[in-house]
Write a protein that binds this ligand. Structure first.
Ligand SMILES: Nc1ncnc2c1ncn2[C@@H]1O[C@H](COP(=O)(O)OP(=O)(O)O)[C@@H](O)[C@H]1O
Ligand SMILES: [Mg+2]
Length: 316
């Protein structure tokens, strides 16, 4: 759960696309957690959800909030998977938080293509008509899964009328239906909606945990990166796992084989603007979750120590 070093090889293709697609997947998509054990830094939420499942006190709606890249969409899919966990031999007949093997519905749910798990981007489907469609369809039983799960991402973007249209269904959905909302801006979600949901605040992930996570992924990718580069990336990511993985992708892509020394000398190990020298590679990357005040100044991350020694990343 919290220790990235405990992670085993992913058992699922942790991606939104079908598994036979062999094109390159960015690290953030390739390493999307498939179980609660793979999620890092969200122990409090995982504990509460586990207790709810174990005592069969599963609410009809959850709302997940937090800055970008901390696991909201991932958690929503894992919840949908847990709600519908079922093995081919029929031995599991209720929602399960422990999912040691790939269940009947798991792969389709994690790839976001299961017929009973409906993912809707509320930013682009924010009208009252969109919610009416949910209200109409929710009455029908799931096709193959145990529960029909509606995942509404960026739910704060729904129009006022759309929120109002949702209230009744959210209050008393059919027994076969569950809602999972995700939002980066919980303050924009009406209190009437919030009061019908169980709320989880996903936290920014601690830099130490991020470093461990990056180390695990780099070793799985057979990429050698100097420890200091991990620390710089983790700090620049400001708690967002997705940002950290995007930066690692960039570090790998830069194919730098230089020593970390020059960067360390110039920065004292801290992130910051650096003159571009023969031994340094700077990322003109700005974390999207930086506060506006910080984001205005020039900022770059130095990861000159990203030594890529994997055969696929050798310098020509
Ligand atoms: N808590 C986490 N533990 C492990 N990986 C995470 C976590 N949060 C995000 N990630 C990584 O970042 C990617 C994007 O996460 P996502 O759940 O889509 O974030 P968001 O909170 O923006 O919905 C995931 O595919 C995964 O690689
Ligand atoms: Mg998301």
């Amino acid at each position: 759960m919290s220790d990235a070093t405990n992670q085993s090889e992913p058992t699922l293709v942790l991606d939104d696309r079908p598994s036979d697609d062999s094109s390159y997947r960015v690290l953030a998509r390739k390493y999307r957690p498939a179980t609660f054990d793979d999620l890092i830094g969200q122990d409090a939420m995982v504990r509460t959800v586990s207790n709810a499942f174990e005592t069969a006190r599963i609410p009809q709606a959850w709302i997940l909030t937090g800055v970008r890249g901390v696991g909201k969409t991932t958690t929503a899919r894992i919840l949908a998977r847990a709600l519908n966990y079922e093995l081919p031999d029929g031995s599991i007949t209720a929602p399960a938080i422990k999912m040691p093997a790939i269940g009947v519905h798991c792969q389709a749910i994690m790839e976001s293509r299961h017929i009973d798990v409906i993912e809707m981007d509320a930013a682009s489907h924010n009208s009252v008509d969109d919610v009416r469609q949910i209200n109409d369809a929710i009455r029908y039983a799931p096709v193959s899964a145990r529960y029909k799960v509606y995942i509404l991402d960026e739910v704060h973007m729904l129009s006022t009328q759309a929120f109002n249209a949702l209230l009744k269904t959210l209050e008393e959905p059919p027994a076969h239906a569950k809602f999972i909302f995700a939002t980066t801006e919980i303050r924009k979600v009406p209190i009437t909606i919030l009061s019908r949901c169980q709320r989880f605040d996903l936290r920014r992930v601690d830099a130490g945990l991020l470093v461990k996570h990056l180390e695990t992924i780099a070793s799985r990718e057979a990429i050698e990166v100097e420890p200091e580069a991990f620390a710089l990336i983790a700090r620049a990511a400001e708690g967002s796992v997705r940002d950290a993985l995007s930066l690692l992708d960039q570090a790998i892509a830069s194919r730098v084989r230089r020593s970390m020394e020059p960067a360390r000398e110039q920065t004292g190990g801290r992130c910051g603007p650096l003159p571009r020298g023969p031994h340094t590679t700077t990322f003109p990357y700005r974390s999207p979750i930086q506060r506006p005040a910080q984001a205005t100044g020039p900022r770059s991350v130095v990861a000159a120590g990203a030594k890529c020694s994997a055969s696929t990343h050798k310098e020509g």
